[in-house]
Design a protein around this ligand. Structure first.
Ligand SMILES: C[S@@+](CC[C@H](N)C(=O)[O-])C[C@H]1O[C@@H](n2cnc3c(N)ncnc32)[C@H](O)[C@@H]1O
Length: 284
């Protein structure tokens, strides 16, 4: 089998199995089997697969057909220009979540430009560490913490920090929400918490439901359980004038804002599709 045939066959199988972006997936996975970059596809379409490459190809295409996300097969996902390792222990970082990072950076510029070195930030439910690591890559002087309830996720976050040479700058700890931090005060609490309702499980993509960790996706019947516990804790943990920045679900903006009564400068940022995606609120 030649490279171009391998891509065509994978493409056809992905179309048949309704895999999203079938051509992109076919190309990415075939190149992953060969350990090659994208340009190889055009430079060597006639590359003849060795027997072990054919076997690996069959295994990987079958995995993807069954719904396993490409990122769990390749073990990588880019976020904020950083190459992150991912496994089924962590949510695959989504491009929309970069709006959380953007929002924090904008607020830092607005509110803290005189003294950025003293900013202390915590990322609650850090997963792969994507938000904490992106912020650390942009703000070398900030003190950044990340926490998660999952030991496996924390292990992945620490591996990512070490690979990106950010291991000395971000401190990852196991915690149920902000529990471990006691009286410590923060200038920013940021989070992309689980926010899908168990009642909405049938609307969730199959690959999310079957492959991504449930603790990373679901939050009670209507998706609000974590916000309900987290927001009062955040209010306690923030310095006055500090910011809470959180990703929100498709239909949770009004309910999250309800929980932020008494906060000031509550604002929403939409993603590139115009969907409300990030809520920021300041503690008076
Ligand atoms: C939606 S994922 C976000 C992961 C990562 N921050 C991102 O944006 O890709 C939510 C994360 O919150 C963690 N989590 C769920 N419940 C938690 C809790 N009670 N305390 C701390 N972390 C929790 C999950 O393990 C998961 O890693």
């Amino acid at each position: 089998m030649q490279l171009k045939q391998a891509v065509e066959r994978a493409y056809e199988r992905f179309v048949e199995h309704e895999v999203p972006s079938p051509r992109l997936n076919a190309e990415q996975l075939v190149l992953f089997v060969l350990g090659r970059e994208h340009a190889y596809l055009y430079a060597h379409p006639e590359h003849e697969f060795a027997a072990d490459e054919v076997a690996r190809y069959e295994e990987i295409v079958a995995q993807r057909e069954r719904g396993c996300p490409t990122q769990y097969i390749t073990g990588h996902q880019e976020f904020w220009g950083l190459d992150l390792l991912v496994s089924p222990a962590v949510l695959i970082p989504r491009p929309e979540t970069e709006h959380v990072v953007e929002t924090v950076l904008d607020l830092v510029l607005d509110s803290y430009k005189e003294n950025p070195r003293n900013i202390r930030i915590v990322d609650v439910g850090t997963g792969s560490g994507c938000i904490a690591l992106a912020l650390s890559s942009e703000m070398p002087k900030a003190e950044i913490h990340g926490c998660d309830i999952s030991d496996e996720a924390l292990e992945m976050a620490r591996i990512n920090a070490a690979r990106l040479a950010l291991g000395q700058r971000v401190l990852f700890r196991k915690s149920d929400l902000l529990g471990i931090y006691g009286d410590m005060k923060f200038d920013f609490v940021v989070s992309n918490p689980p926010y899908v309702g168990e009642d909405e499980a049938d609307k969730v993509q199959r690959q999310v439901k079957e492959y991504e960790p449930k603790v990373a996706v679901f939050s009670g019947k209507q998706g609000m359980d974590i916000y309900r516990r987290l927001i009062p804790q955040v209010k306690e943990a923030l310095n006055s004038g500090g910011w809470f920045v959180t990703e929100i679900g498709f239909s949770t903006e009004a309910q999250v804002k309800d929980l932020l009564k008494g906060w000031v400068e509550v604002r929403t940022t939409a993603d590139l599709q115009g969907i409300p995606r990030v809520v920021a609120a300041r503690k008076a």
